[in-house]
Design a protein around this ligand. Structure first.
Ligand code: NAD
Length: 474
């Protein structure tokens, strides 16, 4: 059976305690591999390695750090197919999605922040009291903790800016999908990436993640995952005065106005709800539809959802795979039971699919108001609700009826209205007539229960550096 060890100081490193966790294939439920069940001792070994590497890495010219990130990107690109297969196997992700979208985006993250290393500039202030300029210095050792839903994509989204800014990293991928990050660590070692600069520690969140967050050497924690774990991390980091960036859950509204080109965009609207079986923090799980088109839209939408090809993630024709784990499958099934108990009308799906693996049929629900648990709690599965709205104020009230605030999507042709909504929606991001539009320079993140801080571009470079002002009398 394949085993995924830690990678510390440029070498593979079996768990000190000799304990391993099973890794399952969501498409069958079978155990396909084992991953190191790390402990605080493994974390400490990684921290020491990172600390030793920091003086060398932080003093390299930016252009040399950029070259290392480019080399890592090149080497990953050569093994793109292997990484895509890895994620399709342990995450149940359709191979086409992994191969065509997500692994290429992981590579793009590395390249983007290679460029950022050479482009990042700091401020100077003059004309008031002498000359002030800001040094933006790397923090030291930083910890990154990432989830299973976009494994390498979100893993690189964190380590790339941290490394570009001159920090050394101890990174923890999800124990549910450990394969692709292990492959990246192995690739890094194979190209001679400086040992200790990028270390990988596997294991369960409480055992490894908390040991990372509270480790004396860690200066900052960049976390993506659930709101509950984000709060736990914040509570551990606050008394230690460590910097945190938290990218958390969502319950995103998608608004469809009667005058929009919704017919032409129906495939994208369906994708925005169901890509990766709805297991993307940016998926729109609350579809708000103007009442004058509600019936027509609902029928067309449901027909398109019923036509989605659900199946084996290894099949290039598959559009929707299984859910990632037994625990997550159970959580989504519980949410469907709650929806029924709340009086939801199931327009399609609503149940598990009778086959091996953790499959749930793509589900569309209607008949629930904004205060229902179904419309307030994150489900993170192939489940979307429909609600009609009457007029702009009602649409806005429904969209903002959430404790979360990650992203909202508008399907609309009325520019003044789109601009008003962009201002008044309580989310970190708004997309108009598009979904998951990526420009890596833009601030990425959510408000309220969806997180704290922003990633992306200069925001990420600022997070991973300490600003030091130098004032000179002139
Ligand atoms: P999770 O919070 O259970 O786990 C995320 C990571 O945190 C994993 O590596 C896990 O091992 C670790 N972890 C768990 N408990 C921990 C603890 N006590 N201390 C430190 N680390 C701990 O989330 P998940 O189930 O892997 O991912 C799904 C969630 O992630 C959803 O809520 C989704 O919305 C969110 N998400 C958010 C974004 C975003 O950008 N806002 C992106 C993707 C996913």
């Amino acid at each position: 059976m394949q085993r995924y060890p830690h990678w510390i100081d440029g070498k593979s490193h079996p768990p000190v305690d000799g304990a391993w966790l099973d890794v399952h294939a969501p498409a069958t439920g079978e155990v396909i591999a084992q991953v190191a069940a790390g402990t605080a001792t493994d974390v400490d070994a990684a921290m020491q390695a990172a600390q030793r590497a920091f003086p060398m890495w932080s003093s390299l010219p930016n252009s040399q750090r950029a070259q290392w990130l480019e080399r890592l990107a090149d080497a990953l690109e050569e093994r793109l197919e292997e990484a895509a297969q890895a994620e399709s196997r342990d995450g149940g992700k359709p191979i086409s999605l992994a191969r065509d979208v997500e692994i290429p985006r992981a590579i793009a993250n590395l390249r983007f922040f290679a460029h950022a290393a050479t482009q990042f500039a700091s401020e100077s202030h003059h004309g008031e009291a002498g000359l002030n300029f800001t040094l933006r210095q790397p923090l030291g050792v930083v910890a990154t903790i990432s989830p299973w839903n976009l494994p390498l994509y979100l893993f690189t989204w964190k380590i790339a800016p941290a490394l570009a800014a001159g920090n050394c990293v101890v990174a923890k991928p999800s124990e549910v999908t450990p394969h692709s990050a292990t492959l990246l660590a192995e690739i890094a070692a194979s190209i001679g990436f400086p040992p200790g600069v990028f270390n990988l520690v596997h294991g369960a969140g409480p055992a490894v993640g908390e040991a990372m967050v509270t480790h004396a050497q860690v200066k900052a924690i960049s976390f993506t995952g659930s709101t509950a774990v984000g709060k736990r991390i914040a509570s551990l980091a606050a008394p230690l005065l460590k910097k945190v960036s938290l990218e958390l859950g969502g319950k995103n509204p998608s608004l469809v106005f009667a005058d929009s080109d919704w017919h032409d965009n129906l495939d994208t609207i369906v994708r925005s709800a169901f890509q990766n079986s709805g297991q993307i923090c940016l998926c729109g799980s609350r579809l708000l539809v103007e009442r004058s088109i509600y019936d027509e839209f609902r029928d067309a939408f449901v027909a398109r959802v019923q036509a989605l090809r659900v199946g084996d993630p290894a099949d290039p024709a598959t559009q929707l795979g299984p859910l990632v784990s037994q625990a997550h499958f159970d959580k989504v099934m519980r949410a469907l039971a709650t929806a029924r108990a709340e009086g939801a009308h199931v327009l399609c799906g609503g149940d598990a699919i009778d086959r091996a693996g953790w499959y749930i049929a793509p589900t569309v629900l209607e008949g629930l108001g904004p205060d229902s648990a179904t419309n307030r709690e994150e489900i993170f599965g192939p489940v979307v609700t429909l609600q009609p709205f009457d007029g702009d104020d009602h649409a806005l009230a429904l969209a903002n009826a959430s404790d979360y605030g990650l992203v909202a999507t508008l399907w609309d042709r009325d520019l003044p209205r789109a601009l008003r909504f962009a201002r008044e929606l309580r989310t970190g991001m708004v997309w108009v007539n598009t979904w998951l539009m990526r420009d890596l320079r833009t601030p990425f993140g959510g408000s309220n229960q969806s997180g704290l801080g922003r990633e992306g571009g200069a925001e990420a470079m600022r997070f991973f550096t300490e600003a030091k002002n130098v004032g000179i009398k002139t």
